[in-house]
Ligand binder design. Structure first.
Ligand code: ADP
Ligand code: MG
Length: 399
């Protein structure tokens, strides 16, 4: 995949209708936005377009309405917040690419901003339906993708629309692609990847691709137990994907054949059950990873493992990290995640963190400003790191 994509600065936007795909998938509670981080992050691109006299048409999905017009997933709350942040009106369309959106887009003046309704109100969106892509394209002269979090999806508003319009990236996507692209195209070595978290099945598949690229692969968090089981260890009641045990055996053999160092936990913090509530008091003990009692659940990496992983991270020149090392939401079980975050923060390597929870962990634990790049996309950053082609990026014009 070519990582050198044209951006909004490489195309003349003055007087043009610019359809900009943003990530306004913000969390809400009772109709109130609980974090406007994603809206704030989109401002530089929007402000550039306004300053350069574009007629700005924004769009995004929110939640998973699956083609149903769910009022609680309306982007009206986003229009209101965005309008406050921009200090100017944000015209809200009553539909996605229907009559109201068309009329409002046609009436748009230079420097004005409008927002379409939730793209996933239309069934065709997630099917990349050419009809919807055409309708969206008919609103505008140029397409800008500034939503990295959905760039791994071939949807009408993320990729399909680019079949009918010249397409470039906004600042957010540009930053993601240039930093991660540079780190991956020709990584400074040693190149270390650290995987953890709970989406075991999803992430296990990433390992096959990563083994082609890295010098060391570190596995912690909920991912680790399927590997420990593949080594023949009992993992008690820990998170386990029993259908992937053979796959993990293959991966261990592949790592060995390729000379990739594969590091697994050597000790494990266990408890009688998953913490409930998640941040509640919990009694834990640390056991060797090959001696997890049958009635115990592994919930964090132990002290020896923390030192082992931190050492490997410290000696790296490029580190990518996706997935917490334990149930970091609980202070007693956050120590493994903190140790890895600390190692990345202390390292002079290029450090890249992807994954919603990993990014949240870095921020909550106060390490965010010591990481080279925290990706805004969980699934997208993983696919990017795997070297897969992301439809929302592949569709953009090369420089
Ligand atoms: P990300 O969002 O960074 O991609 P995931 O969503 O895959 O990460 O996983 C994050 C979740 O993994 C966290 O909520 C954390 O509590 C959980 N987790 C980490 N280690 C374990 C474990 N050993 N057992 C169960 N859950 C775990
Ligand atoms: Mg997550």
């Amino acid at each position: 995949m070519n990582y050198n994509k044209k951006s909004i600065e490489d195309i003349d936007v003055a007087g043009k209708r610019v359809l900009c795909r943003c990530d306004f998938n913000v969390p809400t509670k009772n109709g109130v936005i609980t974090s406007d981080k994603r809206i704030v992050a989109a401002l530089p691109t929007i402000q550039y377009l306004i300053a350069h006299k574009a007629k700005v048409i924004l769009c995004s999905h929110m939640g998973k309405p699956k083609g149903e017009w769910k009022p609680e997933l309306s982007l009206k709350v986003v229009a209101a917040r965005l309008s406050e942040l921009l200090g100017q009106e944000v015209i809200m369309a009553a539909d996605v690419a229907g009559e109201d959106a068309k009329a409002k887009a046609a009436a748009l003046q230079e420097g004005q901003v409008m927002l379409l309704e939730n793209t996933r109100y239309i069934k065709g969106e997630t099917k990349n339906d050419p009809e919807l892509s055409k309708q969206l394209a008919s609103l505008a002269d140029i397409f800008v993708n500034d939503a990295f979090g959905t760039a791994h999806r071939a949807h009408s508003s993320t990729a399909g629309v680019a079949d009918y319009l010249p397409a470039v990236c906004g600042y957010l996507v540009q930053k993601e692609v240039s930093i991660m692209g540079k780190a991956l195209a020709n990584p400074e070595r040693p190149f270390v990847a650290i995987l953890g978290g709970a989406k075991v099945s999803d992430k296990l598949n990433v390992i096959n691709n990563l083994l082609e690229k890295v010098d060391t692969l570190i596995i912690g968090g909920g991912m680790a137990y399927t590997f420990l089981a593949a080594k023949g260890y009992s993992v008690g009641t820990s998170l386990l994907d029993s259908e992937k045990i053979d796959y993990c055996k293959e991966m261990m053999a592949k790592a060995e054949a390729k000379g990739v160092k594969l590091l697994l936990p050597i000790d494990t913090v266990v408890a009688a059950s998953f913490p409930d509530p998640i941040d509640g008091d919990i009694a834990v003990e640390t056991v060797p990873s090959d001696a997890i009692p049958a009635d115990k659940m592994g919930l964090d990496i132990g002290e020896k493992t923390r030192a082992l992983f931190a050492e490997a991270a410290k000696n790296a020149k490029t580190v990518v990290w996706n997935g917490p090392m334990g149930v970091f939401e609980n202070p007693t079980l956050a120590k493994g995640t903190i140790a890895v975050a600390q190692a990345l923060a202390d390292s002079s390597a290029t450090t890249i963190v992807g994954g919603g929870d990993s990014a949240a962990a870095c921020e909550q634990l106060g390490f965010a400003d010591k990481i080279t790049h925290i990706s805004t996309g969980g699934g997208a950053s993983l696919e990017f790191l795997e070297g897969l082609e992301l439809p929302g990026i592949a569709c953009l014009q090369d420089k």
